[in-house]
Design a protein. Structure first.
Ligand code: ADP
Ligand code: MG
Ligand code: ZN
Length: 475
Protein backbone atom coordinates (compact mmCIF):
# COMPACT_ATOMS: atom_id res chain seq x y z
CA UNK A 1 0.00 0.00 0.00
CA UNK A 2 1.26 3.42 -0.87
CA UNK A 3 -0.43 6.64 0.12
CA UNK A 4 -0.17 9.66 -2.16
CA UNK A 5 -0.94 13.12 -0.78
CA UNK A 6 -0.95 16.53 -2.46
CA UNK A 7 -2.09 19.85 -1.03
CA UNK A 8 -3.75 22.95 -2.43
CA UNK A 9 -3.30 25.85 -0.07
CA UNK A 10 -4.86 29.30 -0.04
CA UNK A 11 -3.38 32.04 2.03
CA UNK A 12 -4.68 35.56 2.55
CA UNK A 13 -2.08 38.23 1.90
CA UNK A 14 -1.84 40.91 4.59
CA UNK A 15 -1.79 43.84 2.19
CA UNK A 16 -3.22 47.24 3.16
CA UNK A 17 -5.95 47.14 0.54
CA UNK A 18 -7.78 44.53 -1.53
CA UNK A 19 -6.45 42.93 -4.72
CA UNK A 20 -8.25 44.99 -7.36
CA UNK A 21 -9.80 48.01 -5.58
CA UNK A 22 -8.81 50.40 -2.84
CA UNK A 23 -11.07 48.94 -0.13
CA UNK A 24 -9.31 48.13 3.13
CA UNK A 25 -8.16 44.54 3.56
CA UNK A 26 -9.82 43.97 6.90
CA UNK A 27 -12.00 40.92 7.49
CA UNK A 28 -12.82 42.01 11.03
CA UNK A 29 -14.53 45.26 10.08
CA UNK A 30 -18.29 45.71 10.60
CA UNK A 31 -20.02 43.52 7.97
CA UNK A 32 -20.35 44.97 4.47
CA UNK A 33 -18.43 48.16 5.24
CA UNK A 34 -15.25 47.55 3.24
CA UNK A 35 -16.93 47.24 -0.12
CA UNK A 36 -17.10 49.21 -3.35
CA UNK A 37 -18.45 48.85 -6.90
CA UNK A 38 -15.34 46.89 -7.97
CA UNK A 39 -15.31 44.18 -5.31
CA UNK A 40 -19.10 43.80 -5.38
CA UNK A 41 -19.19 43.45 -9.15
CA UNK A 42 -21.23 46.51 -10.16
CA UNK A 43 -21.69 46.91 -13.90
CA UNK A 44 -18.91 48.92 -15.51
CA UNK A 45 -16.56 48.85 -12.51
CA UNK A 46 -12.99 48.02 -13.53
CA UNK A 47 -10.31 46.23 -11.51
CA UNK A 48 -6.83 47.70 -11.00
CA UNK A 49 -4.16 45.34 -9.71
CA UNK A 50 -2.72 46.25 -6.30
CA UNK A 51 1.06 46.26 -6.71
CA UNK A 52 1.61 45.18 -3.10
CA UNK A 53 -0.13 41.90 -3.97
CA UNK A 54 2.46 41.29 -6.67
CA UNK A 55 5.26 42.20 -4.27
CA UNK A 56 3.99 39.75 -1.61
CA UNK A 57 3.36 36.99 -4.15
CA UNK A 58 6.92 37.30 -5.47
CA UNK A 59 8.30 37.30 -1.95
CA UNK A 60 6.38 34.11 -1.13
CA UNK A 61 7.30 32.44 -4.41
CA UNK A 62 11.01 33.20 -3.96
CA UNK A 63 10.94 31.91 -0.39
CA UNK A 64 9.45 28.69 -1.70
CA UNK A 65 12.27 28.46 -4.27
CA UNK A 66 9.94 28.98 -7.22
CA UNK A 67 10.72 30.28 -10.66
CA UNK A 68 9.03 33.65 -11.14
CA UNK A 69 7.56 34.23 -14.58
CA UNK A 70 8.37 37.57 -16.11
CA UNK A 71 5.01 37.38 -17.87
CA UNK A 72 1.84 36.03 -16.32
CA UNK A 73 -1.84 36.88 -16.70
CA UNK A 74 -5.26 36.80 -15.10
CA UNK A 75 -8.30 34.69 -15.92
CA UNK A 76 -11.92 34.45 -14.88
CA UNK A 77 -13.17 31.40 -13.03
CA UNK A 78 -16.94 31.49 -13.46
CA UNK A 79 -19.45 30.10 -11.01
CA UNK A 80 -22.60 31.14 -9.23
CA UNK A 81 -22.73 31.40 -5.48
CA UNK A 82 -24.22 34.14 -3.28
CA UNK A 83 -20.81 34.98 -1.78
CA UNK A 84 -19.54 35.93 -5.25
CA UNK A 85 -21.56 38.88 -6.56
CA UNK A 86 -19.39 39.26 -9.67
CA UNK A 87 -20.25 35.74 -10.80
CA UNK A 88 -16.57 35.01 -11.34
CA UNK A 89 -13.34 35.04 -9.41
CA UNK A 90 -10.23 36.63 -10.87
CA UNK A 91 -7.39 34.10 -10.75
CA UNK A 92 -4.34 33.03 -12.76
CA UNK A 93 -5.23 29.79 -14.49
CA UNK A 94 -3.37 29.60 -17.79
CA UNK A 95 -0.20 31.51 -16.85
CA UNK A 96 0.52 31.59 -13.11
CA UNK A 97 3.06 33.97 -11.61
CA UNK A 98 5.38 31.17 -10.41
CA UNK A 99 6.06 27.46 -10.80
CA UNK A 100 8.52 24.74 -9.76
CA UNK A 101 9.35 25.41 -6.14
CA UNK A 102 9.91 23.21 -3.14
CA UNK A 103 9.94 22.95 0.65
CA UNK A 104 12.23 20.47 2.39
CA UNK A 105 10.82 18.62 5.39
CA UNK A 106 13.00 18.19 8.46
CA UNK A 107 13.91 14.62 7.49
CA UNK A 108 15.30 16.01 4.22
CA UNK A 109 12.41 14.91 2.05
CA UNK A 110 11.66 17.41 -0.71
CA UNK A 111 8.05 18.37 -1.40
CA UNK A 112 7.80 20.01 -4.79
CA UNK A 113 5.54 22.96 -5.45
CA UNK A 114 3.79 22.80 -8.79
CA UNK A 115 2.57 26.38 -9.00
CA UNK A 116 1.65 29.55 -7.17
CA UNK A 117 -0.97 31.90 -8.47
CA UNK A 118 -2.66 35.11 -7.37
CA UNK A 119 -6.42 35.19 -6.92
CA UNK A 120 -9.16 36.96 -5.00
CA UNK A 121 -11.22 35.68 -2.10
CA UNK A 122 -15.02 35.44 -2.09
CA UNK A 123 -17.39 36.74 0.60
CA UNK A 124 -18.48 34.93 3.71
CA UNK A 125 -21.88 33.30 4.27
CA UNK A 126 -23.76 32.98 7.53
CA UNK A 127 -26.57 30.42 7.62
CA UNK A 128 -29.46 30.34 10.08
CA UNK A 129 -28.75 26.61 10.67
CA UNK A 130 -25.68 24.48 10.98
CA UNK A 131 -25.82 23.40 7.35
CA UNK A 132 -26.79 25.32 4.27
CA UNK A 133 -29.38 22.73 3.25
CA UNK A 134 -31.28 23.14 6.51
CA UNK A 135 -30.93 26.90 6.60
CA UNK A 136 -34.10 28.92 6.14
CA UNK A 137 -32.12 32.06 5.54
CA UNK A 138 -28.53 33.04 4.85
CA UNK A 139 -26.68 36.31 5.12
CA UNK A 140 -23.56 37.35 3.30
CA UNK A 141 -20.67 39.60 4.33
CA UNK A 142 -18.81 40.93 1.31
CA UNK A 143 -15.86 42.41 3.23
CA UNK A 144 -13.80 39.41 2.21
CA UNK A 145 -14.65 39.77 -1.50
CA UNK A 146 -11.51 40.77 -3.35
CA UNK A 147 -9.09 40.13 -0.51
CA UNK A 148 -5.89 38.91 -2.15
CA UNK A 149 -4.90 35.27 -1.91
CA UNK A 150 -2.13 33.18 -3.26
CA UNK A 151 -2.86 29.57 -4.02
CA UNK A 152 0.05 27.19 -3.59
CA UNK A 153 -0.30 23.78 -5.22
CA UNK A 154 2.09 20.98 -4.28
CA UNK A 155 2.99 17.94 -6.32
CA UNK A 156 1.59 14.72 -4.80
CA UNK A 157 4.91 14.12 -3.01
CA UNK A 158 3.73 13.39 0.51
CA UNK A 159 3.11 9.88 1.78
CA UNK A 160 2.05 10.38 5.38
CA UNK A 161 -0.47 12.61 7.14
CA UNK A 162 2.33 13.84 9.47
CA UNK A 163 4.24 15.03 6.43
CA UNK A 164 1.26 17.09 5.28
CA UNK A 165 1.01 18.63 8.71
CA UNK A 166 4.72 19.40 8.82
CA UNK A 167 4.51 20.93 5.35
CA UNK A 168 1.67 23.20 6.46
CA UNK A 169 3.53 24.26 9.62
CA UNK A 170 6.70 25.00 7.71
CA UNK A 171 4.74 26.95 5.15
CA UNK A 172 3.09 29.01 7.89
CA UNK A 173 6.47 29.72 9.49
CA UNK A 174 7.86 30.91 6.15
CA UNK A 175 4.81 33.08 5.34
CA UNK A 176 5.03 34.71 8.77
CA UNK A 177 8.76 35.25 8.59
CA UNK A 178 8.50 37.06 5.26
CA UNK A 179 5.50 38.99 6.60
CA UNK A 180 3.08 38.31 3.76
CA UNK A 181 0.37 36.54 5.76
CA UNK A 182 -0.63 35.88 9.36
CA UNK A 183 -0.74 32.20 8.41
CA UNK A 184 -3.49 31.74 10.94
CA UNK A 185 -5.48 28.61 10.03
CA UNK A 186 -8.02 28.99 12.81
CA UNK A 187 -9.39 32.20 11.28
CA UNK A 188 -9.07 31.07 7.68
CA UNK A 189 -6.06 33.20 6.73
CA UNK A 190 -4.41 29.92 5.70
CA UNK A 191 -6.64 27.19 4.26
CA UNK A 192 -5.83 23.82 2.88
CA UNK A 193 -7.50 21.24 0.67
CA UNK A 194 -5.89 17.83 1.03
CA UNK A 195 -5.89 15.36 -1.87
CA UNK A 196 -5.26 11.71 -1.16
CA UNK A 197 -5.22 8.44 -3.03
CA UNK A 198 -4.02 4.96 -2.20
CA UNK A 199 -2.23 2.54 -4.42
CA UNK A 200 -1.59 -1.14 -3.88
CA UNK A 201 0.18 -3.53 -6.22
CA UNK A 202 -2.75 -3.99 -8.58
CA UNK A 203 -4.69 -0.78 -8.52
CA UNK A 204 -4.93 2.78 -7.40
CA UNK A 205 -7.90 4.45 -5.79
CA UNK A 206 -9.33 7.63 -7.23
CA UNK A 207 -8.19 10.88 -5.71
CA UNK A 208 -10.34 12.23 -2.90
CA UNK A 209 -10.13 15.89 -1.98
CA UNK A 210 -10.89 16.98 1.59
CA UNK A 211 -11.90 20.60 2.09
CA UNK A 212 -12.61 22.89 5.06
CA UNK A 213 -9.62 21.88 7.14
CA UNK A 214 -9.07 24.66 9.66
CA UNK A 215 -6.18 23.59 11.88
CA UNK A 216 -2.79 21.92 11.58
CA UNK A 217 -3.93 19.07 13.78
CA UNK A 218 -6.95 18.50 11.55
CA UNK A 219 -4.83 18.30 8.38
CA UNK A 220 -3.30 15.21 9.89
CA UNK A 221 -6.53 13.89 11.40
CA UNK A 222 -8.55 14.37 8.21
CA UNK A 223 -5.96 12.50 6.16
CA UNK A 224 -5.69 9.68 8.70
CA UNK A 225 -9.46 9.33 8.66
CA UNK A 226 -9.59 9.34 4.87
CA UNK A 227 -6.75 6.82 4.47
CA UNK A 228 -8.53 4.44 6.80
CA UNK A 229 -11.83 4.93 4.99
CA UNK A 230 -10.36 4.45 1.49
CA UNK A 231 -8.38 1.39 2.59
CA UNK A 232 -11.55 -0.15 3.97
CA UNK A 233 -13.50 0.52 0.75
CA UNK A 234 -10.68 -1.02 -1.30
CA UNK A 235 -10.47 -4.05 1.00
CA UNK A 236 -14.15 -4.69 0.37
CA UNK A 237 -13.37 -4.77 -3.33
CA UNK A 238 -15.43 -1.66 -3.94
CA UNK A 239 -14.56 1.33 -6.06
CA UNK A 240 -13.48 4.57 -4.43
CA UNK A 241 -15.37 7.29 -6.24
CA UNK A 242 -13.47 10.45 -7.09
CA UNK A 243 -15.13 13.06 -4.95
CA UNK A 244 -14.81 16.14 -2.82
CA UNK A 245 -15.38 15.60 0.87
CA UNK A 246 -15.60 18.04 3.75
CA UNK A 247 -13.90 17.73 7.11
CA UNK A 248 -16.34 18.02 9.99
CA UNK A 249 -14.34 19.03 13.04
CA UNK A 250 -17.25 18.23 15.37
CA UNK A 251 -17.61 14.57 14.39
CA UNK A 252 -13.92 14.30 13.42
CA UNK A 253 -14.89 12.70 10.15
CA UNK A 254 -15.22 13.52 6.46
CA UNK A 255 -18.53 13.70 4.62
CA UNK A 256 -19.17 13.60 0.90
CA UNK A 257 -19.83 17.03 -0.61
CA UNK A 258 -19.94 16.29 -4.32
CA UNK A 259 -18.87 13.69 -6.84
CA UNK A 260 -16.61 14.24 -9.82
CA UNK A 261 -19.69 14.40 -12.07
CA UNK A 262 -21.10 17.26 -10.03
CA UNK A 263 -17.87 19.29 -10.30
CA UNK A 264 -18.35 22.76 -11.68
CA UNK A 265 -17.27 23.61 -15.16
CA UNK A 266 -15.62 26.93 -14.48
CA UNK A 267 -15.36 28.03 -18.11
CA UNK A 268 -12.01 29.70 -17.53
CA UNK A 269 -11.14 32.47 -19.96
CA UNK A 270 -8.63 35.33 -19.95
CA UNK A 271 -9.68 38.35 -17.88
CA UNK A 272 -10.29 41.11 -20.44
CA UNK A 273 -10.17 43.97 -17.90
CA UNK A 274 -6.60 43.45 -16.68
CA UNK A 275 -3.37 43.82 -18.62
CA UNK A 276 -0.73 41.13 -18.71
CA UNK A 277 1.40 41.12 -15.56
CA UNK A 278 5.02 41.94 -16.39
CA UNK A 279 7.68 41.51 -13.72
CA UNK A 280 11.19 42.69 -14.47
CA UNK A 281 14.31 40.68 -13.65
CA UNK A 282 15.53 43.69 -11.66
CA UNK A 283 12.45 43.60 -9.48
CA UNK A 284 12.84 39.88 -8.79
CA UNK A 285 16.51 40.41 -7.91
CA UNK A 286 15.70 43.32 -5.63
CA UNK A 287 13.05 41.33 -3.74
CA UNK A 288 15.38 38.35 -3.48
CA UNK A 289 18.02 40.58 -1.86
CA UNK A 290 15.52 42.03 0.59
CA UNK A 291 14.23 38.65 1.81
CA UNK A 292 14.82 38.03 5.51
CA UNK A 293 16.62 34.94 6.72
CA UNK A 294 14.19 32.01 6.44
CA UNK A 295 13.58 29.58 9.32
CA UNK A 296 15.66 26.73 7.87
CA UNK A 297 18.62 29.01 7.14
CA UNK A 298 18.43 30.41 10.63
CA UNK A 299 18.26 26.93 12.16
CA UNK A 300 21.32 25.88 10.25
CA UNK A 301 23.19 28.92 11.54
CA UNK A 302 22.21 28.13 15.15
CA UNK A 303 23.34 24.55 14.68
CA UNK A 304 26.60 25.20 12.84
CA UNK A 305 27.86 28.39 14.44
CA UNK A 306 26.30 28.31 17.91
CA UNK A 307 26.42 24.58 18.61
CA UNK A 308 22.70 24.30 19.33
CA UNK A 309 21.19 20.85 18.74
CA UNK A 310 19.33 20.43 15.48
CA UNK A 311 15.97 19.91 17.18
CA UNK A 312 16.34 23.00 19.35
CA UNK A 313 17.60 25.04 16.41
CA UNK A 314 14.54 24.15 14.33
CA UNK A 315 12.19 25.11 17.14
CA UNK A 316 13.90 28.42 17.91
CA UNK A 317 14.15 29.45 14.25
CA UNK A 318 10.48 28.82 13.45
CA UNK A 319 9.15 32.02 14.89
CA UNK A 320 10.60 35.51 14.55
CA UNK A 321 9.87 36.77 18.05
CA UNK A 322 11.22 33.57 19.54
CA UNK A 323 14.43 33.60 17.51
CA UNK A 324 14.95 37.27 18.37
CA UNK A 325 14.53 36.41 22.05
CA UNK A 326 17.07 33.62 21.78
CA UNK A 327 19.54 35.80 19.88
CA UNK A 328 19.17 38.64 22.38
CA UNK A 329 19.74 36.25 25.27
CA UNK A 330 22.93 34.99 23.64
CA UNK A 331 24.00 38.57 22.90
CA UNK A 332 23.57 39.37 26.60
CA UNK A 333 26.33 36.89 27.34
CA UNK A 334 24.48 33.64 28.02
CA UNK A 335 25.77 30.40 26.54
CA UNK A 336 23.89 29.53 23.36
CA UNK A 337 23.58 25.84 24.05
CA UNK A 338 22.47 26.26 27.63
CA UNK A 339 20.03 29.01 26.71
CA UNK A 340 18.53 26.99 23.88
CA UNK A 341 17.80 24.17 26.31
CA UNK A 342 16.26 26.51 28.84
CA UNK A 343 14.04 28.18 26.27
CA UNK A 344 12.90 25.00 24.55
CA UNK A 345 12.46 22.83 27.65
CA UNK A 346 11.31 25.34 30.24
CA UNK A 347 10.14 28.64 28.76
CA UNK A 348 8.18 27.16 25.86
CA UNK A 349 6.75 24.44 28.10
CA UNK A 350 5.08 27.17 30.15
CA UNK A 351 3.51 28.79 27.10
CA UNK A 352 2.42 25.38 25.81
CA UNK A 353 0.91 24.46 29.17
CA UNK A 354 -1.81 27.05 28.71
CA UNK A 355 -1.71 27.18 24.89
CA UNK A 356 -0.61 30.79 24.67
CA UNK A 357 1.58 32.14 21.95
CA UNK A 358 5.14 32.98 22.95
CA UNK A 359 5.57 36.53 24.24
CA UNK A 360 9.01 37.65 25.38
CA UNK A 361 7.55 39.98 28.00
CA UNK A 362 6.23 37.13 30.12
CA UNK A 363 9.76 35.96 30.91
CA UNK A 364 12.15 38.78 30.09
CA UNK A 365 15.73 38.03 29.10
CA UNK A 366 16.83 39.66 32.37
CA UNK A 367 14.69 37.26 34.34
CA UNK A 368 15.75 34.25 32.28
CA UNK A 369 19.36 35.24 32.89
CA UNK A 370 18.79 35.57 36.63
CA UNK A 371 17.21 32.13 36.87
CA UNK A 372 19.96 30.56 34.76
CA UNK A 373 22.65 32.25 36.89
CA UNK A 374 21.06 31.03 40.12
CA UNK A 375 21.01 27.50 38.76
CA UNK A 376 24.45 27.49 37.19
CA UNK A 377 26.03 28.74 40.39
CA UNK A 378 24.13 26.03 42.31
CA UNK A 379 22.28 28.63 44.36
CA UNK A 380 19.00 26.96 43.46
CA UNK A 381 18.34 23.49 42.12
CA UNK A 382 16.98 22.79 38.67
CA UNK A 383 13.71 21.77 40.26
CA UNK A 384 13.40 25.02 42.18
CA UNK A 385 14.39 26.92 39.04
CA UNK A 386 11.35 25.47 37.27
CA UNK A 387 9.19 26.61 40.13
CA UNK A 388 10.65 30.11 40.08
CA UNK A 389 10.17 30.37 36.34
CA UNK A 390 6.55 29.25 36.60
CA UNK A 391 6.03 31.94 39.23
CA UNK A 392 7.65 34.62 37.04
CA UNK A 393 5.43 33.46 34.17
CA UNK A 394 2.34 33.67 36.32
CA UNK A 395 2.90 36.79 38.37
CA UNK A 396 5.61 38.70 36.49
CA UNK A 397 7.56 39.00 39.76
CA UNK A 398 11.31 39.35 39.82
CA UNK A 399 13.17 36.04 40.38
CA UNK A 400 15.24 37.63 43.21
CA UNK A 401 12.05 38.55 45.04
CA UNK A 402 10.66 35.05 44.60
CA UNK A 403 13.84 33.30 45.71
CA UNK A 404 14.20 35.55 48.77
CA UNK A 405 10.51 35.65 49.63
CA UNK A 406 10.13 31.87 49.57
CA UNK A 407 13.55 31.20 51.01
CA UNK A 408 14.50 28.99 48.11
CA UNK A 409 18.28 29.21 48.12
CA UNK A 410 19.83 25.81 47.85
CA UNK A 411 21.26 24.31 50.99
CA UNK A 412 24.74 23.07 50.26
CA UNK A 413 26.01 23.46 53.80
CA UNK A 414 26.80 19.92 54.95
CA UNK A 415 26.09 20.67 58.60
CA UNK A 416 22.61 21.83 57.74
CA UNK A 417 21.91 18.81 55.58
CA UNK A 418 23.34 16.03 57.69
CA UNK A 419 20.40 15.83 60.10
CA UNK A 420 17.90 15.44 57.25
CA UNK A 421 20.09 12.82 55.63
CA UNK A 422 20.27 10.89 58.89
CA UNK A 423 16.49 11.10 59.23
CA UNK A 424 15.91 9.63 55.80
CA UNK A 425 18.36 6.81 56.45
CA UNK A 426 16.73 6.02 59.80
CA UNK A 427 13.29 5.92 58.26
CA UNK A 428 14.24 3.37 55.60
CA UNK A 429 16.01 0.38 57.13
CA UNK A 430 14.89 -1.97 54.32
CA UNK A 431 16.48 0.18 51.69
CA UNK A 432 19.62 0.51 53.78
CA UNK A 433 19.80 -3.29 53.83
CA UNK A 434 19.43 -3.38 50.05
CA UNK A 435 22.29 -0.92 49.71
CA UNK A 436 24.48 -2.97 51.97
CA UNK A 437 23.79 -6.11 49.98
CA UNK A 438 25.33 -4.36 47.01
CA UNK A 439 22.37 -2.64 45.38
CA UNK A 440 23.97 0.79 45.15
CA UNK A 441 21.31 2.06 42.76
CA UNK A 442 19.08 2.77 45.78
CA UNK A 443 21.23 5.85 46.47
CA UNK A 444 18.90 7.83 44.24
CA UNK A 445 15.99 6.86 46.46
CA UNK A 446 17.68 8.41 49.48
CA UNK A 447 18.58 11.55 47.54
CA UNK A 448 14.95 11.82 46.47
CA UNK A 449 13.84 11.49 50.09
CA UNK A 450 16.09 14.34 51.17
CA UNK A 451 14.99 16.52 48.26
CA UNK A 452 11.39 15.96 49.28
CA UNK A 453 11.98 16.86 52.91
CA UNK A 454 13.88 20.01 51.92
CA UNK A 455 11.29 20.91 49.27
CA UNK A 456 13.89 20.64 46.54
CA UNK A 457 16.28 23.01 48.24
CA UNK A 458 19.09 20.59 49.03
CA UNK A 459 22.03 20.41 46.69
CA UNK A 460 21.59 16.87 45.32
CA UNK A 461 25.32 16.41 44.68
CA UNK A 462 26.21 17.09 48.29
CA UNK A 463 23.30 15.02 49.54
CA UNK A 464 24.51 12.08 47.47
CA UNK A 465 27.97 12.43 48.85
CA UNK A 466 26.73 12.59 52.46
CA UNK A 467 24.48 9.55 52.12
CA UNK A 468 27.26 7.49 50.61
CA UNK A 469 29.62 8.54 53.38
CA UNK A 470 27.17 7.68 56.14
CA UNK A 471 26.13 4.31 54.69
CA UNK A 472 29.67 3.26 53.84
CA UNK A 473 30.92 4.34 57.28
CA UNK A 474 28.41 2.07 58.97
CA UNK A 475 30.07 -0.93 57.32
P1 ADP B 1 -7.27 19.68 -10.05
O1 ADP B 1 -6.85 20.95 -10.69
O2 ADP B 1 -8.30 18.92 -10.80
O3 ADP B 1 -7.64 19.84 -8.62
P2 ADP B 1 -4.47 18.86 -10.10
O4 ADP B 1 -3.86 17.84 -10.99
O5 ADP B 1 -4.08 20.27 -10.33
O6 ADP B 1 -6.02 18.68 -10.12
O7 ADP B 1 -4.06 18.46 -8.65
C1 ADP B 1 -4.55 19.09 -7.53
C2 ADP B 1 -3.87 18.53 -6.33
O8 ADP B 1 -4.04 17.12 -6.26
C3 ADP B 1 -2.38 18.75 -6.29
O9 ADP B 1 -2.03 19.21 -4.99
C4 ADP B 1 -1.78 17.41 -6.55
O10 ADP B 1 -0.58 17.26 -5.84
C5 ADP B 1 -2.82 16.48 -5.99
N1 ADP B 1 -2.83 15.16 -6.67
C6 ADP B 1 -2.72 14.91 -7.98
N2 ADP B 1 -2.76 13.59 -8.20
C7 ADP B 1 -2.94 12.98 -7.01
C8 ADP B 1 -3.08 11.62 -6.57
N3 ADP B 1 -3.07 10.60 -7.41
N4 ADP B 1 -3.23 11.41 -5.24
C9 ADP B 1 -3.25 12.42 -4.36
N5 ADP B 1 -3.12 13.69 -4.72
C10 ADP B 1 -2.98 13.99 -6.02
MG1 MG C 1 -8.51 20.98 -6.93
ZN1 ZN D 1 -13.70 47.30 -3.11
Amino acid sequence: MKTVIGLEIHTQLSTETKAFCSCKNDVYAEVNTNICPVCTGQPGALPILNDQVVEYAIRAALSLECEIHEISSFDRKNYFYPDLPKGYQITQYFHPIATNGHVDLNNGKRIRIQRIHIEEDAGKMFHSSETITEARSSLVDLNRCGIPLIEIVTEPDMEKPEEAREFMEKLRDILRTIEVSTGNMEVGALRCDANVSIRDKERSSSRVEVKNINSFKFVQRALEYEIERITEVMKNGENVPQETRGWDSLTKSTVSMRSKEAENDYRYFPEPDLPILVISKERIDRIKKELPELPDEKAEKYEKTLGVTRDNAKILAKDKTLSKYFENAVASGLSAKDTSNWIVNEVLALFNSDSTEFNHERISIDNLKKIMDYTNSSKISRLVAKEVMAEVYKSGKDPDTIVRGKNLLQVSNENELISVVKEVIAENPDTVAKYKSGKTSVLGFFVGGVMKKTKGKADPKIVGKLIKQLLDDEN
